[in-house]
Design a protein around this ligand. Structure first.
Ligand code: UVW
Length: 340
């Protein structure tokens, strides 16, 4: 089979984990690193890092993403499949049961972005024209299929199930931006991040699962399903993807995944560096998902864990956070568990 790419983007690690790799930096969570992560379990206290999946509520965050809807199976023997009397021919059992089906927009609430979530235009085959490429040179229209294509829509490669198969368990490290910036809409660059980490004595090592606590998700949850645009789009901190030093740190630090308790991890860019006409809206998405194979976790509920860690002068914990093993999906809800 012909190689998928001849040249890779400047910062890409394509091929470094194998020509056909589909999990990127998750390869850095080795058995030895997982063993070290388990040593962070000292009290045996566990935290659920997911919102209820019907939050934020409404669709003001991303109009196309809707809250979950529940359906029940068609009636059977005159009954809905809720409080359904289980029968054996004419004999009546004493059991009743309930089944349901749920339509979930995979990125509506606490979630992982799959490596198939974002691609970029790049001339990887050097034919003079940019094509749509994803991590490791996988292609839009070939590996990532649209609804009009046979077998689509879905990811033939880079689907979220590949992430699930790694189990997604390792050492989490918390950085608390909320303690510095509160509800201020702050674009956090490299210098800001390093200052927080220095002052709080946070160390990040290769393979660590990096978590940024901003307080946004906690504030959204407090609105009980009715958050407004001011909160959703104009409050609390986000990473600043226009800061090349921050992008370089993400690359050099060796973090395995990047997680935040906000929407999109980073703020949308309104203009290109140097005033270019076209530029990425979400440069961290590009560096992480496309170039380096770093999955992004978004809308996680980190505040209770963050507060516990801060009170106990700790920043590290065991994190277990598989997505659904849902073949071909571009993202997945998650119910991550942190154990301290
Ligand atoms: C977008 O798709 C804009 O970002 P996210 O990764 O938040 O889903």
């Amino acid at each position: 089979m012909a190689k998928r790419w001849k040249v890779r983007p400047d910062h890409a690690n394509w091929g470094d984990f194998g020509e056909d790799d589909q999990v990127g930096r998750l390869n850095l969570i080795t058995p030895e690193r997982r063993r070290l992560a388990a040593q962070e379990v000292k009290e045996g206290i566990a935290f659920c890092l997911s919102l209820p999946l019907d939050l934020p509520g409404g669709n003001l965050l991303v109009p196309l993403r809707l809250p979950p809807t529940r359906h029940v199976a068609p009636r059977k023997c005159g009954h809905h499949f809720v409080n359904f009397p289980m029968r054996l021919e004419n004999e009546c059992w004493t059991d009743f049961s309930c089944d349901d089906a749920v339509t979930i927009y995979t990125q509506y609430s606490t979630q992982w972005d799959a490596l198939s979530h974002v691609g970029q235009a790049f001339d990887a085959d050097q034919d003079g024209e940019a094509e749509l490429v994803y991590y490791n040179g996988y292609r839009g229209g070939v590996d990532i299929l649209g609804p009009e294509q046979a077998g689509g829509p879905g990811a033939v490669h880079l689907g979220i199930e590949k992430m699930a198969e790694t189990c997604v368990q390792g050492r989490g490290v918390m950085v608390d931006a909320f303690a510095r910036y509160g509800a201020e809409r702050k674009f956090i660059g490299y210098d800001d991040l390093m200052r927080i980490m220095d002052e709080d004595g946070v160390e990040v090592e290769e393979g660590d699962m990096f978590c940024l606590h901003t307080g946004w998700t906690h504030a959204v949850a407090a609105r009980q399903g009715n958050p407004d645009v001011a909160l959703l789009h104009h409050a609390y901190s986000v990473l600043d993807g226009s800061d090349e030093k921050l992008l370089q740190w993400i690359e050099d630090s060796g973090i395995s995944v990047l997680i935040a308790d906000n929407f999109a991890v980073e703020g949308f860019q309104q203009q290109g560096r140097g005033g270019e006409g076209s530029f990425p809206a979400l440069p961290i998405h590009r560096r992480c998902l496309v170039e380096l194979g770093i999955h992004l976790g978004e809308l996680w509920h980190l505040t209770p864990l963050n507060d516990w860690l801060r009170a106990h002068k700790r920043s590290r914990f065991l994190l277990t956070a598989p997505p659904l093993r849902l073949p071909g999906s571009f993202g997945s809800p998650a119910t991550p568990v942190a154990t301290v």
